[in-house]
Structure formats: C-alpha cells, structure tokens
Design a protein around this ligand. Structure first.
Ligand SMILES: Nc1nc2c(ncn2[C@@H]2O[C@H](COP(=O)(O)OP(=O)(O)OP(=O)(O)O)[C@@H](O)[C@H]2O)c(=O)[nH]1
Ligand SMILES: C[S@@+](CC[C@H](N)C(=O)[O-])C[C@H]1O[C@@H](n2cnc3c(N)ncnc32)[C@H](O)[C@@H]1O
Ligand code: SF4
Ligand code: SF4
Length: 339
C-alpha cells in the first residue's frame, strides 16, 4: 500500500517525469537554441546519467510514495540507447499504472513497435507545424514534417495511445493553428496547444509571443465550434474542449494565462538523478549520490518524503501575479529537467 505524501500546499505526489537524456537531435529555439547548445555544449557524460537499474529502483521508491504515472522525457528520450529495455524494467515495478513518453517523433517510426512490446502505454508527439519549411526552421535541423508523421503512424500501428503537442508562438506558427486542428481532428488524435513558456534562461521568452489559450479556442470555434468538457483526472494539465458538431477534442495547456499550480502533482527526475519539485526550479535534490553511496530504499524514501514535504513551488501562479514586473531568476533548462 502506498502512502499519501503532501507538500506545503497539500498537493500529493502522483506523477513523475523522468528525463533519460539531456541530448536532442532537434534545436528548437524555445528549448535548446543552437547558438547556446552548440558543438561544444557540455552535455552530461555517460557515467553521470542514472543507469536503467537506478531509474527503476527510484521508480519503485516513488510508487511506494503514491506515484502511479510515469512519463519518460528528455532531451529526446529516443536518443537514449536501448530505451525499450528501460520501459520493460519499469513495467515490472509494483504500483506503476501508466507509462507515457514525450518525444519529437523523428525516431519513433524505428522504435514504436519495440516500445509497445516492452510495455509503453502511450506517446505524446510534439509537432509545431505542418509546413515543411517552417517546421525545419522551428526544429533548427531541417527535419521534415513527414519524419514526425511517419512516427505517429508507426505508433498508431503499434497500438500506442497518441496525443500531439504544439507549442504556439505568435510570430512563428499562429497560422498553423487551424491546419493542425483540422488535420489531427481528421486523424482522430487529440491535439494540445501549449502556451510558449519562459522555461530555462536561454529561450528568449517574451510575453508578446504568448498566444493565450482563449484566443486559440475562439479562433478554432469560428470554424469548428468547441465546448469545454470535464478533466479526465485531478490535476490534468490540459483543459479539454470537444467539437460540438461531431467527434474529436483538443486540449489547451495554459501555464502562462491560467496557471495550474494549485493542483500540480508532478515531480521531475533529471537524467543525472536530481529531483525537481517544479519545472521552473533553480535547484534540484540529488538522489544519485545516496543511490551510489549504498543508502537503503527506506533511507532514500525518507529523503524524497522530506524534499516533497517542504515543497512550496508555484512558479506559474506567482508569474501570473507579478508579470510584467517579474524578477528574472536562474532556472534549470527544460531539456535538462525534461518537459
Ligand atoms: N508549467 C508547467 N507546464 C507543464 C507541466 N507539466 C506539463 N507542462 C507542459 O505541458 C506540456 C504537455 O505535457 P505532457 O508531457 O504532454 O503531459 P500531460 O499533459 O501531463 O499528459 P497527460 O498525462 O496525457 O495528461 C509539457 O510539455 C509542458 O510544456 C507543469 O507541471 N508545469
Ligand atoms: C522538452 S521536450 C522533451 C521531449 C521531446 N524532445 C519533445 O520535444 O517532445 C517536452 C515538451 O516540452 C515542450 N516545450 C519545450 N520548450 C517549451 C517552451 N519554452 N514552452 C512550452 N513548451 C515547451 C516541447 O514542445 C515538448 O512538447
Ligand atoms: S522541445 Fe524536445 S525536440 Fe525540441 S529541442 Fe527541446 S528536447 Fe529537443
Ligand atoms: S509551474 Fe511548477 S508548480 Fe506550477 S504547475 Fe508547473 S511545475 Fe507545477
């Protein structure tokens, strides 16, 4: 039986997002701008990464503390060698109810079947445009839309659950909102629009580039009327809307204009084994050292319990209250901590 563990705002820990690598084959400007993440960027060396055994052991400790949902992320998680083996190991951990993965989709066609066979339940594939030229610029490496669509198709054929994530930026891909909505409605996949966030320190975030979710709902509704529907579970990140005139739904992730910190049940584990209590945290709590020093599961459980117990983070809510006078602060990069 797992125990209920609450932070300072009485939020339980239910969901752990595990970054398996800080590397990525894309260079999305909003996440890993090429001018910062260049050829000399000091990515983590192999010996600093948690091993699959260490990740699995920590997952077992987290599930004993109430976590049921696991999300594998990065960087690009499919850059980590033998990822299906990790999924297979995690699937066997008591208390794991749901294993999802967030991916840019470019390597998914190659791995979808093995991932499903290993026990992965679902994937969330990121795609910001259906226009090749624009998409090539957004991903910074000239990858084609078809590379990602092939991955989505392979995931579908393998029987994985699928959602699509699109980060919207005003001067970059507002014109893609309707084509994306039409296309993924037709395909039968849930598309979620993410407000451009000020994660990390290097992505050049500006408030005027954020397209508020309400504006997106209004834009789509003019062509395909939408109505709000109830969340699937407590603390769901996306607000759900369904098409009134038939099948299909979309999601809106409004971290900037409608912060959802009050129900945030997520912790993050970085590829080097630091636990972060917030996507916008400046510091994490090292779990690799206690693991490698030989501390027992019970000792590590107590460390995690104490760290979550003093959690006061609610960055997006505070930003909402303070913008535009928000004090800049040093935050961990999203590619490091996982999205
Ligand atoms: N500010 C903030 N943004 C988040 C948080 N969790 C997720 N996001 C953003 O929402 C995006 C979508 O999240 P997903 O990785 O698809 O996960 P999810 O929405 O929890 O997925 P489901 O389990 O399918 O509901 C992420 O890539 C982030 O951009 C969070 O705790 N805080
Ligand atoms: C950091 S990525 C890691 C997983 C994988 N590489 C991918 O892109 O799906 C996870 C998610 O974070 C989103 N993301 C990254 N930077 C963001 C930002 N500044 N604002 C909003 N979402 C962002 C990405 O679009 C992606 O959906
Ligand atoms: S959003 Fe994902 S694909 Fe894009 S640079 Fe970040 S980690 Fe890579
Ligand atoms: S800003 Fe931090 S506390 Fe708020 S929802 Fe995101 S991760 Fe959770």
């Amino acid at each position: 039986m797992s125990e209920q563990m609450l932070d300072l705002h009485k939020r339980p820990l239910r969901d752990i997002r595990i970054s398996v690598t800080d590397k990525c084959n894309f260079r999305c400007q909003y996440c890993m701008p090429a001018e910062i993440f260049g050829p000399d960027y000091p990515f983590l060396p192999q010996n600093k990464l948690l091993t699959f055994e260490e990740i699995t052991r920590l997952t077992g400790i987290f599930t004993a503390l109430g976590v049921g949902k696991i999300r594998i992320t990065g960087g690009e998680p499919l850059m980590r060698r033998d990822l299906p083996e990790l999924i297979r190991m995690l699937r066997q951990v008591d208390g794991v109810q749901d294993i999802a993965m967030t991916t840019n989709g470019s390597l998914l066609a190659k791995h979808a079947e093995a991932l499903k066979a290993a026990g992965l339940d679902r994937v969330t594939v990121s795609l910001d445009s259906l226009d090749d030229e624009r998409f090539g610029k957004i991903n910074g490496r000239g990858y084609k839309v078809a590379d990602v669509l092939n991955g989505i198709e392979a995931a579908e054929q393998a029987g994985l659950g699928i959602k699509i994530n699109m980060v919207v930026q005003r001067d970059v891909n507002v014109d893609d909102i309707l084509p994306m909505a039409r296309f993924f409605r037709e395909q039968g996949h849930i598309l979620r629009f993410i407000e451009f966030m000020d994660v990390g320190n290097t992505n050049g975030w500006k408030l005027d580039q954020v397209v508020p979710s309400q504006e997106i709902v209004d834009m789509i509704s003019q062509e395909m009327p939408l109505e709000p529907i109830n969340p699937n579970y407590y603390g769901e990140v996306a607000s759900r809307y369904r098409y009134v005139d038939g099948d299909g739904e979309i999601g809106l992730i409004s971290s900037v204009t409608q912060a959802f910190c009050s129900t945030c049940t997520r912790a993050r584990l970085s590829a080097e084994g630091k636990m972060y209590n917030c996507l916008f945290a400046s510091t994490g709590f090292d779990l690799r050292e206690p693991l490698r020093e030989g501390q027992s599961d019970e000792q590590i459980r107590q460390l995690i319990h104490a760290y979550w117990g003093q959690r006061d983070d609610r960055y997006s809510e505070v930003r909402l209250l303070q913008t535009p006078g928000l004090e800049p602060r040093d935050k961990v990069e999203m590619s490091h901590i996982g999205g």
